[in-house]
Structure formats: C-alpha cells, structure tokens
Design a protein around this ligand. Structure first.
Ligand code: IMP
Length: 431
C-alpha cells in the first residue's frame, strides 16, 4: 500500500501513515530526505520526524528508510537520540545500505545555488537534497554502506569533491570541508548507524512473500515531482507512487493500493505556480487556522482553494485508489466553499486537464464551483454521519470530480480526530 502526497507536500501524510502503520508489518520511506517533516500528535505529545517513518511510535514495528531516500546522517542520528531520550523503542529501524548520504558540501552548494539564482530561486529547504541527488545521478554519491569502510569513504569523498573545487572555493575555510574532518565525522555516524543498516529491499520481499502488509511512505507531493511537477519549482526526487517501486526495491505488481493525501484546501511552500492561491484575508485566515508554517524550515505556507484540475492530474499520475482529505475542520465557518474545476487562460482557452506548458500554468485564472459552507467545531466528529451535511457534500463533490472515493477525512490535529467515510471494508489493502 502506497501513501503519496496529492498536492505540493505537507498534506498530513505522517498522520495517515501513523494511523495505517498500526495494521502494517513494515513501513518504508522511498524518496526525499530531511526536506520533509511530519508532525504526529499522540496522547497530547508532539513528535516531529524528518527521516524516520512515522510508524516508529509502535514498539518494534519495522520502519525502514529505503534506498531512494537521501540521508543526512547527522539529522538521522539526532532523531534516533531524540526518540531514545523520550523512551521510544527504535529497535525496528532499518536503513538501506544503498541509500545516498547528504554531505556537508551538498548543503553548502544548495544554499549557494539558491543565492546565485536570486529572484529566480526555487525556494529549496537548503538541506542539500538537490546536490545529493545530482551526485547520485553523476555516480559521485556516497552511500550508507560506504560508512563501513574508511578507505573507500575517504576515496569517494575525494572523488566527489574534486569536480566541485571551484564552486566550493568560497567555503574553503569551512572546517567541515576538510577531508580528514569529514571522513572522521562520517565514520562516527557510521558506527552509530551500523546496527540499523540492512538490505531493506529484501526485507520488503520477505514481508510480501509472507502476505504481510508493507506501507510505502512518500514524502513531498505529486506537484513537486521532478518529472511531473511544476519544474523547475520541484524537488529532486519522484514523490509519485511509481517511485515506491524504485525507492524501495519492489515491482509494480506488489502494489495493491495507492492512497493520495490532500488537504481540504491547498498550500505550497517555496516558489512556483499555484493557480488557486489566495493572497487576501481568506488566505491569511487559512494560514492562521491551519497553522500553515513549514515543519522543516518554519516558512509560512502559501494557501489557496482546493484545485481539482491539479488533483485529477495527481489521481492519474499515481493511479490513486483512495483519497484522504485532511484538515477539513479548518474550512469551518467559511461560506461559500470553492473548488477549482477548470482554468481559463487570458486568450479564452479553457483547461479541464492540467496544462503541460509551464507558462500557461503561470497565467491561468481558476474557475470555481461554489458550495455552501459548514459551521461549528467538527473536531469531535468520528463518522461520516457526524459531519454536517455541507461538509459531506463537499467531500462528495471531490469524489465526483476526481472519480476516487474519499475514504477518510481529518477533523483536527489529534491522532483520533478522523472520520472514516463509506464502507470500512474499503480500508483494507485489496490483497
Ligand atoms: P528541496 O526539496 O529542498 O530541493 O526543495 C525544492 C522544492 O520542494 C521547494 O519548493 C521546497 O519548498 C519544496 N519541498 C521540499 N520538501 C517539501 C516538503 O516536505 N513539503 C513541502 N514542500 C517541500
């Protein structure tokens, strides 16, 4: 079962993974790195994760970081330590030996690249994600397994830094760029991570062969996909469901279900087109009510109406079987509610499908379907019947326009603040 973001990330995938992890045997992340951030509120306690799958809160649950993820070992060590200090059992953690490592020079190059772009910046999280994936493709990457052999590690760092010498010149005095210091620091990380390093693809195959449930946890969102998103304002990996196969090491036939997670409205951090953006009081209200500030960078998120043109595109790209709508409660008191059903271009062209041309996406005007809003606190609703009729109609309109059933709606930040919609039988993986 694959969980993907259906918008621009920050849809609340962590909460859904956490919920479904209870029934899964293995949870594995398949792309991205610590550009992601998941906040889980469990029994009033807040947990923030950037790399470790949210399922780790279930004692002993196998939670793997797949080969497709890029790992900053300092951040990962910090997360492991943080959980340990709070008494959380991390024995279920597994780290793919083939995952690539974010190195200090990747972080520096990410920031330098953004500064160089000036006004044209992508708005990256500056965590070194792009430069790390670039090195992976250039066959200059350092992998988790390299931490286990000092000689190889040193050689690979030298080879990776050599072509970057000119770009790294402004940082020549940074002590972390010293070959010896870097090798030592990464060997130390290696010693700490060694107990968790594993062949995570095999771990998935064994679980699948046993008929167990494997949950593939995506990061970011479809509209940030390197191939299918709003390039170049995208991340450097593929957050779509197909990438679960590559980033975890399974085949397409191993996937039974794809759940797309979308907010009841839309948000985006960083630059790039966002047709339904609200740059007015209502946008501000959504930002405030929804606590729309990035978990990773603390940046305020841009807010807008739910965009069904983009969502239909995401449904198809991921071949979604179910949709989850999070943060429905944030829309309470807003009347009317709007759903973008098509785009109109200045020259009169109408788009019901997501346009492939970037300049068009930048200049379209959204056209909306208006629906009556709902009032009051829906945080206590636990089933479809508990929800106000207008809220149910809103969810139905989304199902109707996307052709995918909404199976779950989030009504508050708490773990239990969800409403299952329709037949609960539909929740089980088809296998
Ligand atoms: P990068 O992934 O740090 O290279 O950033 C590229 C783009 O993806 C920027 O617009 C970021 O704001 C966005 N991005 C990366 N990770 C996330 C995420 O987890 N949530 C939302 N946006 C993200």
């Amino acid at each position: 079962m694959v969980i993907v973001g259906a918008q621009w990330g920050d849809e609340g995938k962590g909460k859904v993974t956490d919920l479904l992890a209870e029934r899964a045997d293995v949870v594995i992340r398949f792309q991205g790195g610590n550009n992601a951030g998941h906040t889980i509120i469990r029994d009033g306690e807040t947990f923030k994760f950037h790399l470790i799958p949210s399922g780790i809160l279930y004692p002993g649950k196998i939670c793997a970081i797949g080969n497709g993820v890029v790992i900053d070992p300092g951040v990962l060590n910090g997360e492991i330590e943080g959980l340990r200090q709070r008494g959380i059992d991390v024995s279920g953690l597994r780290i793919s030996a083939n995952a690539h490592l974010i190195m200090p020079y990747h972080v520096l190059l990410d920031t330098a690249g953004e500064l160089k772009l000036g006004k044209l910046e992508i708005g990256t999280t500056r965590r070194g994600i792009g430069p790390c994936y670039a090195d992976k493709a250039a066959r200059l990457g350092i992998r988790v397994q390299d931490l286990l052999d000092e000689k190889i590690l040193r050689k690979k760092i030298m080879a990776a830094m050599e072509p970057k010498a000119q770009m790294l010149r402004p940082f020549a005095k940074d002590p972390m760029l010293d070959l010896h210091t870097m090798t030592e620091a990464y060997m130390t990380y290696g010693h700490r991570l060694e107990p968790y390093i594993a062949d995570t693809a095999r771990l998935c195959w064994d679980a699948l062969d046993r008929g167990a449930t494997v949950l593939f946890e995506g990061a970011q969102g479809t509209m940030l996909d390197l191939d299918h998103g709003t390039y170049p304002f995208v991340t450097s990996s593929n957050p779509v469901s197909g990438a679960a196969c590559i980033g975890a090491g399974v085949g397409p036939a191993d996937i039974d279900e794809v759940w797309g997670i979308a907010k009841a409205y839309a948000t985006r951090v960083g630059a790039g087109p966002f047709p339904t953006e609200l740059e007015d009081e209502l946008g501000e209200r959504l930002r405030e009510r929804g606590g729309e500030v990035g978990t990773t960078t603390g940046r305020p998120r841009r807010c807008g109406w739910l965009d069904l043109v983009a969502l239909r595109y995401a449904v198809r790209l991921n071949r979604m079987t179910s949709l989850v709508l999070t943060k429905l409660d944030v829309l309470s008191g807003i009347n009317p509610l709007r759903l973008c059903v098509r785009y109109r271009h200045a020259e009169g062209a109408v788009f019901t499908e997501f346009p492939y041309h970037q300049s068009i996406i930048h200049s379209v005007e959204p056209e909306y379907l208006e629906l009556p809003g709902f009032e009051g606190d829906i945080g206590g609703c636990r089933s479809e019947q508990d929800l106000p009729r207008e809220a149910r109609d809103y969810l139905s309109a989304i199902s109707d326009h996307t052709g995918v059933p909404v199976v779950l709606a989030g009504v508050g930040p708490g773990r239990d603040q969800v409403c299952w919609i329709g037949e609960t039988g539909a929740l089980r993986p088809a296998a």
